[in-house]
Write a protein that binds this ligand. Sequence first.
Ligand code: AMP
Length: 402
Amino acid sequence: MNILVINAGSSSLKYQLFHIENDTVLAKGRVERIGMETAILVHEPKDKPEVHEVSEILEHTTAIRKVLALLVHPEHGVLASTAEIHAVGHRVVHGGESFKSSVLVNHEVKQEIKRLFDLAPLHNPAHMLGISAVEANMPDVPQAVVFDTAFHQTMPAQAYLYPVPMALYRKHKVRRYGFHGTSHNYVSDRAAAFLGRPLEQLKLITCHIGNGASCAAIEGGKSVDTSMGMTPLEGLMMGTRSGDLDPAIVPYAMGKEDLTIGEISSMLNKHSGLQAISGLSSDMREITEAMEAGDKNAKLAFEMYEYRLRKYIGAYAAAMNGVDAIVFTAGVGENSEALRKRVCEHLTYLGVEFDDAANRTGRGLERRISTVNSKVQVLVIPTNEEWVIARDTYDLVQSTTH
Ligand code: AMP
């Protein structure tokens, strides 16, 4: 079965075409600058040269049409016809409290995703554009939606409620939802397989550290707490996001700097984090290079970033009354030797025995960076959210046809 996975943003669209039974990616690519005359389409078919096209793409529907044309193109394609695409899976950021697992798209599901626009105004409307664009091009193909929030729906009330008047929760659904759920779910499964132990018996702390970053406390395979909150702003310091701060700073800064709600929101989401402290970049590679070249602000940004991550690991070990393994994943987690080393060297109190040589080898592979006998194991597991979306879509389609 071939499954097309789509991650639609407001002006972009990423895709991967999986052949499930062979566990292969037949093609992947992205469309950027949708809505502009100079939209870019990059298509990477398996075992064939990459295709770059610049053209006017004003709508997501056109973007999907162009992607489908490339997938069946005599020279650049990987399929004989679009009829060989058996289902489409979409990443959807916010599933609110309604969606505790992935579901097939129908009228009610679409209505519910629309009702959740308020909670994810930047993301969910874009995902709906993606769903409609597929419907317009392939009306008979089943579609599934996989939510970033769903995996965290197992959190207990003590973790998901904020200590504010309950009316905010009852009337407006103000609570912690958590994000990156597909990634936390995937790497926790893989960690159990790597350790050769049943997931049900493990206490894991998974650290998805990319441009956006979140930690999760996972007990017996279920998320019991996570650092992102009602929105993806809470928790760890990130590339351009502040993460945790005293909420009183918001009205104070608005008053002092004469900022609107939109401006303060933009400041915390787009102009904070590594970018704000380093004054240089939101990109951890550039921060690390600048730090190693002696830049003091880059060093401070790196140290704050690492310190805040380490505090969350400590908090989640306390939340679960112990931890068996800590897992690093996503762009920074998978690639930054410097960050992992500094975190792990400060976790000796938990029983982490860091293996410096292992930390410096095996990029791209699932691996252990603690000693084998370390009381708490530390692993690096490359994430694969698209694969989880493809697998969930496959399972849902299979369950309706059997
Ligand atoms: P993601 O959002 O998962 O794609 O992660 C993006 C982040 O990973 C950016 O901050 C990159 O700088 C960071 N990253 C990628 N490669 C490296 C590397 N070799 N060392 C440090 N950070 C890296």
